[in-house]
Design a protein around this ligand. Structure first.
Ligand code: SAM
Length: 457
């Protein structure tokens, strides 16, 4: 059982952050275009704790290294007192949680409703007493429910034992009945966590793949381990497991108590439309943007979230298709969509894309679409910043049909088009981000480093 910690998460000292920032700036000016490597983890070990605030409340693919927003928020030259922060691709909310820890107001956008649920829950303090009371009523109500409606049954029955599926549906209905929206969302996040844990999906991989012990030889270690797990999953008491998972979630949320509650707003919205008149963020109102946009060809946010989205009834099959269509960096296009070559207007990118077109026209189209869509997102990013505001971009490079494709440089070019000026560029090694798949190794990745670029408006 996870114990709530009373001590507030440690913030990086502003004086030290400023000193490090100035050292990096000086080196960057000396070195020019040579990549400058920085290890944020060893520079700021105080941020590393696995139990820092609510970061580990729920898994999410390609979470940002929390040291990056924590450091950016501590540097007075990037975020003065009360600076308003934006993450237009907020995912599960790493930037927003760090903004809460630092005492800054913040806004996050994402198209994935699971991401916005998690980002909101992880950055919203909730009274543990009220959450425990609601948990008791939800479990009591779920025990009473007979023949609950199972959303997306056709999709879900592949992923769950029938009894588990019914229990999850009971819990979902009982959670929907909770009156307090913050407590309700906390319980939904906990149900989402549980859904993946009690599914027949292999826990070692982020995009769901069903456990198939029969694929391994009789004497293989994994065959025995998977068979044991499948047997366990058939005997679960899902309601009891929900109580356990929720107590842990409440303990994690308890760590937010006592933090100065500046408003953190989260919207299910498209970053490509951030420049629109009805976008949720007004022009020139943001002091600091910290974001890690989707990676080209390595992200499967919707597919990795599919079990959770269907079990929580956040989307149906049609909704999931639409969601994929709105996701930047998506990998699926109809043949007629990539029959004709398109260009990005970035000379070097277009030359590399043209080369890859003969061997793999789909990959070529994927890269073009990615840069064109990121151009739309950058239009909003540039206009939402106040003059003098800073934009911290975290991005990886790729291989396009085995040729290096410097995506981070191309994103930099898109920022320059919008009048943003590069102030600093460093490289940090990615240790484990749940991004790599065999396919990406061969065609659109690997991303071994991430580039952190600071722009100034
Ligand atoms: C690298 S992840 C962000 C991870 C996040 N920094 C975290 O720590 O959890 C990129 C995110 O961009 C989101 N995304 C993709 N297309 C989008 C769009 N058009 N508008 C807003 N968000 C989008 C994905 O759903 C995903 O959550």
């Amino acid at each position: 059982m996870l114990a709530p910690t009373s001590s507030a998460p440690v913030r990086i000292d502003a004086g030290r952050a400023s000193e490090v920032y100035h050292q990096l700036l000086a080196k960057f000016h000396e070195q020019g275009d040579d990549p400058m490597t920085v290890d944020f983890r060893s520079l700021f070990p105080e941020v590393a704790s696995t139990e820092r605030a609510t970061h580990n409340l729920h898994p999410y693919p390609a979470k940002m290294l929390r040291h990056i927003p924590s450091f950016s928020l501590a540097v007075p030259e990037l975020a003065g007192p009360g600076a308003r922060v934006l993450d237009p691709f907020c995912g599960s909310g790493t930037t927003l949680v760090e903004a809460l820890v630092a005492g800054n107001p913040a806004v996050g956008l994402d198209v994935n409703p699971l991401a916005t649920l998690l980002a909101k829950v992880k950055s919203t303090p909730v009274s543990p007493r009220r959450a425990h009371a609601a948990l008791a009523s939800v479990v009591a109500m779920a025990r009473q429910l007979r023949r609950p409606r199972v959303p997306n049954r056709d999709r879900l029955r592949y992923w769950f034992h029938p009894r588990v599926l019914t229990d999850l549906a009971r819990l979902r209905i009982a959670v929907e009945d909770v009156g307090d929206p913050d407590v309700r969302d906390l319980l939904k996040a906990s149900l989402s966590l549980l859904a993946r844990q009690v599914s027949l999906a292999d826990p070692r991989v982020s995009v769901p793949v069903r456990l198939r012990p029969e694929r391994y030889p009789e004497d293989h270690r994994l065959r025995a381990a998977m068979s044991r797990r499948l047997a366990q999953l058939g005997r679960l008491d899902v309601l009891l497991d929900f109580e356990r998972a929720t107590r842990e979630t409440i303990a994690r949320i308890g760590r937010l108590e006592g933090l100065r509650a500046e408003p953190i707003a989260v919207y299910c919205a498209d970053a490509r439309e951030l420049a629109a008149a009805d976008a949720p963020v007004e022009p020139a109102t943001i002091d600091l943007i910290v974001t890690s946009p989707p990676y080209l060809g390595a992200q499967k946010y919707i597919r990795a979230s599919s079990l959770n989205l269907f079990a929580l009834d956040l989307v149906d099959a049609e909704g999931a298709g639409e969601l994929l269509g709105r996701s930047v960096g998506r990998e699926f296009f109809r043949r007629d969509e990539y029959a004709e070559a398109q260009t990005t207007g970035i000379h070097e990118a277009d030359a590399l894309i043209e080369e890859s077109r003969c061997t793999n026209p789909l990959r070529a189209h994927l890269a073009t679409t990615y840069l064109r869509e990121m151009r739309s997102a950058f239009a909003g990013i540039a206009t939402r910043l106040k003059p003098g505001g800073a934009f911290v971009l975290v991005a990886g490079d790729n291989q396009l049909c085995d040729v290096p494709f410097p995506t981070s440089r191309f994103l930099e070019a898109l920022a320059h088009e919008r009048g943003l000026r590069t102030e600093l560029r460093v490289v940090d090694a990615i240790r484990s981000r749940g991004l790599m798949t065999r396919r990406n190794h061969s065609s659109a990745s690997p991303i071994a480093h991430e580039h952190v670029v600071v722009f100034r408006r």
